[in-house]
Design a protein around this ligand. Sequence first.
Ligand code: PBG
Length: 337
Amino acid sequence: MTTHDAKQMTTSFQPRRPRRNRQSAAIREMVQETRLHVSDFIFPVFVMEGAGQRTEVASMPGIFRYSPDLLLDEIGRCLDLGITTFDLFPNLPEAKKDKYATESQNTEGLYLQTIQRIKAKYPEACIMTDVAMDPYSSDGHDGLVDDGQILNDETLEILSKMAVAQAQAGADMLGPSDMMDGRVGYMRQALDNAGHKNVAIMSYTAKYASAFYGPFRDALDSAPKFGDKKTYQMNPANRREALIEAELDTAEGADILMVKPALAYLDIISLLRQNSQLPIAAYNVSGEYAMIKAAAQNGWLDGERAMMESLMAIKRAGADVILTYFAKEAAQLLANA
Ligand code: PBG
């Protein structure tokens, strides 16, 4: 094609020109379909024993385990940025773990005490908890192990006691991340019987057996001591099965449905969004955070842009709520925008 021919073509009549809506920042912003806001984010935080201490998670640069006193300071800083909801996870010494996750019900223990301290200092903060045995289990599994098997119904009893203890400590929203069958309904009943009718449940509805949880297990020292989690977490190959889980969680009384991980599962987020009237959350997990941080540290991509693009994509796919280790950084960027 000669230059002359190209000129001829550009003057030909073209009524539809999508680029007109991209020509300036003003127009681009006006027609933007999805917007991130700090209220979209839940910040997962790690608490450990001690005082005046914090340690960085090696595989999650910028993310720390805090002793309770320093965690309070961190939460204060996040509240100032407009982050209102925190998902709390405990890192426990091996000596406090046992087969039955007994420590999860210790009202004087690290986790329940920390919930109380946060709610006492910041009653306006929304505290989400994790309901699963793995941080407290000597087996490193989310359920009770017997002879190499994960027992479903026996686990429900332990989880519901954990749930009631967390509600008692002041938790606002519980996050069952264990994937046992029937746990949402079982917990709901236990909570209501104990008088905690207004404590909400954000169910890990479609939680996949994913390689992207690696850095989180480093953060908590909670990797399974044998085997994997494939008999309870979902097969990454499955999509329809997410609808079965969503139906069950909804019938059992879940208030919010979650998909986890997020970035490799945008189709599942979209599927649940289209098939449910409940709010949909997505967990942008530790491995997804680590990938972007590692590449950015190597100078291989622009970390801030990759972060914002990922969060935007999760929201565009249909997530109303995003649990993300980027919450603080993204909130800072949004505040300065
Ligand atoms: C376990 C739990 C996991 C995460 C949240 N709760 C890991 C697992 O199932 O092994 C992962 C979160 C992350 O990777 O950021 N109950």
